[in-house]
Ligand binder design. Structure first.
Ligand code: ZN
Length: 233
């Protein structure tokens, strides 16, 4: 099983690792990785794996059978190779800010309306959140975003801890989520704002988000509402 470095340190941009397996000349597993695999609405990281001076671009990262697989753009990596890996930090940092903003907005909407979160898709430029709300309007959504921005400006710390699954899953605001056979869950605590299990990547302080900008709302039918947002650069 791959040691997952981003669970404890989301700011790790480069690391050394050993190639554990190579499938079809392009799917690489490593003994440890900081590359985030596509999961929970957060896109995968991209970047480079370097071996003997040759750079292999990481074009996709996914999780299969508890292993994180890195798809590279060319052949050449072999089992046992010692490699140096570099995450595309510009992309990852945008997604970390988006992801943490989504936690705050999610929490504010839940507190204000009682709605539960049913899905999300984060992007580098624009993200969306889905809720099981019966009704809402633009003005209400704008007021939730204003409230979320007031919280962001308080420069709250974002803390990582690990808890037994039974205890951690009670904190979740997700309508449903399959935690599989995990015994311990990673819990993200945005001081006084939101506390819930999450395996994604987050910033250390809410001030790094700067500001959430309302984009649009979409009515996806009865009890299904969608909000799109951006972040200030
Ligand atoms: Zn999260």
């Amino acid at each position: 099983m791959t040691e997952v470095l981003y669970l404890k340190d989301c700011y790790l941009k480069e690391f050394d690792a050993t190639v554990i397996s190579v499938k079809d000349n392009k799917y690489i597993t490593l003994d440890k990785t900081a590359f985030y695999p596509v999961s929970g609405g957060q896109p995968n990281d991209t970047g480079k794996i370097i071996s003997s001076g040759i750079e292999y671009n990481v074009i996709f990262v996914g999780k299969f059978d508890n292993n994180i697989s890195h798809e590279v753009d060319k052949e050449g990596l072999k089992q046992g190779d010692k490699v140096h890996c570099i995450i595309d930090w510009n992309r990852r940092y945008k997604l970390m800010r988006m992801h943490t903003a989504a936690h705050i907005l999610d929490s504010v909407i839940h507190k204000e309306s009682g709605a539960l979160f049913t899905g999300n898709q984060l992007g580098e430029d624009k993200s969306r959140l889905d809720f099981n709300l019966e009704t809402f309007d633009r003005e209400k959504m704008q007021s939730y975003i204003t409230k979320a921005n007031e919280e962001i400006k308080k420069s709250k710390e974002v803390k990582i801890s690990f808890m037994p699954k039974e205890e951690a899953s009670k904190l979740s605001m997700l309508l449903e989520w399959d935690y599989g056979d995990m015994k311990e869950l990673r819990v993200i605590d945005i001081e006084g704002i939101d506390k819930q299990p999450c395996g994604g990547t987050h910033i250390k302080n809410t001030s790094e988000i700067k500001e959430i900008i309302f984009d649009s709302v979409d009515n996806k039918g009865k009890g299904r509402k969608r909000i799109y947002f951006k972040l200030k650069d």
